[in-house]
Write a protein that binds this ligand. Structure first.
Ligand code: ZN
Length: 399
């Protein structure tokens, strides 16, 4: 059993190592947002902080949970990933001059499976490995030998073993939503350094630079640890002596995305400025969080009753990071897999299904689902007789 208390807290910037950080406390004893547990279990709790480096502006969520990759706590939780830019990724792979009949394609997590299928058909690669190495965050805890020496997690050893055993000349690895969940620099370096062995990495990540200046904070949750912007990824890649092509993608259906290719065979090397000169506009994410906390505090006078509809990470983040401790709220979700589980937050008014719930004595409802689902929920809530305020995660009125 890992002794979490022995793990020293690292309050230095993940990227530049500076300890000059702006810090917002997110909570001292939080349960990971995907940890819907059984009633008789005692789930681990961790402290979380949102930090912005004053030196290089890197944004992080720091946690006392020592796992190297905060994927999810249980495999019954799954997340949908965007797919509308798959054709662009196929073009990106075609841009490297390799013999695709002597190449294999590997998924890193279940999130890559749809893209693997698409690329196999589009590019004609027949050697395919669809393993879910991301699995759950517990498999990404560092291992400790009998002398107490820490080494890499089992999940990383398994993944590297698969790449090592590959007998094709080229290896294409898909790393959907990897970089922001990685909380250990050795893990990121190990992945990027694979490119020296004819490995080509395809990645995607939220476009955080765009999100920092948007009107929402719903991208904040405790499994996203390093909120990399495009230049930071390009810079990391360059420092490790390889090459990267990264592009911003605007989608109508998903949040803005950065995707790209990391490979020694990238022909069009991206020029990035050296570390000391690199600055992007200061992210205002801490100020934004403080404003959002104030907004919710003002809109919920004493005695308000709030129903939070949607128990995925947004609903949990709202309860954990934004609402003050004395808010009377309940949490609602109709997902079958969550039935009978205890949520990672402790709603004073309980955890219930949404359908058939009587909200008539509630004053406020927050819908934290996607916009498309929210537009279907609003009329149902109104039809049930609820006549209070309906809001989204960002405390904006939904009609
Ligand atoms: Zn920094």
């Amino acid at each position: 059993m890992f002794d979490f208390k022995r793990e020293p807290r690292n309050l230095r910037c993940f990227l530049c190592g500076s300890n000059d950080l702006n810090i917002a406390d997110l909570g001292k004893k939080l349960i990971d947002s995907s940890n819907f547990y059984n009633q008789n279990e005692k789930p681990p709790r961790f402290s979380y902080q949102l930090t912005v480096c004053r030196k290089c502006n890197h944004v992080e969520i720091k946690s006392s949970n020592p796992c190297w990759l905060s994927t999810r706590k249980h495999t019954f939780i799954t997340y949908n990933e965007p797919s509308d830019y798959f054709p662009l990724i196929a073009n990106l792979i075609r841009s490297i001059d390799i013999d695709f009949s002597d190449a294999s394609i590997h998924a890193f997590s279940y999130k890559d499976f749809n893209l693997v299928d698409y690329l196999c058909e589009e590019i004609g690669i027949s050697s395919v490995r669809k393993g879910d190495h991301a699995q759950t965050s517990d498999l990404w805890l560092p291992t400790i030998d009998t002398q107490g020496k820490m080494s890499e997690p089992i999940a990383l050893k398994n993944f590297l073993g698969e790449i090592e055993l590959n007998n094709k000349r080229h290896t294409i690895v898909l790393l959907s939503r990897f970089f922001d969940h990685a909380s250990n620099i050795q893990l990121i370096k190990t992945m990027i350094n694979l490119t020296s062995k004819s490995v080509h990495l395809i990645f995607d990540i939220n476009d955080y630079q765009k999100l920092f200046y948007s009107s929402t904070l719903e991208y904040l949750w405790n499994e996203r640890r390093n909120l990399f912007v495009k230049q930071e990824i390009e810079q990391l890649v360059k420092q490790l002596g390889t090459r990267c092509l990264a592009f911003a993608y605007e989608s109508q259906t998903t949040s803005p995305t950065i995707f790209g290719l990391i490979s020694n065979l990238v022909t069009n090397q991206v020029e990035v400025s050296p570390n000391n000169d690199f600055k992007f506009p200061k992210p205002n994410v801490i100020e934004h969080l403080e404003l959002l906390r104030d907004k919710w505090a003002k809109i919920l006078p004493l005695g308000s009753k709030l129903g939070i509809i949607g128990a995925s990470h947004k609903g949990i983040s709202l309860a954990q990071f934004v609402l003050s401790d004395n808010v009377l709220y309940s949490l609602h979700d109709d997902k079958e897999v969550l039935m009978g589980k205890t949520p990672p937050v402790d709603p004073p008014l309980g955890f219930h299904k949404f359908s058939d719930f009587d909200f008539s004595d509630y004053s406020h409802i927050s819908i934290t689902t996607t916009k498309t689902i929210a537009t279907k929920i609003v009329p149902k809530v109104r039809a049930s007789g609820f006549n209070g305020k309906i809001l989204n995660f960002d405390c904006q009125i939904l009609n």
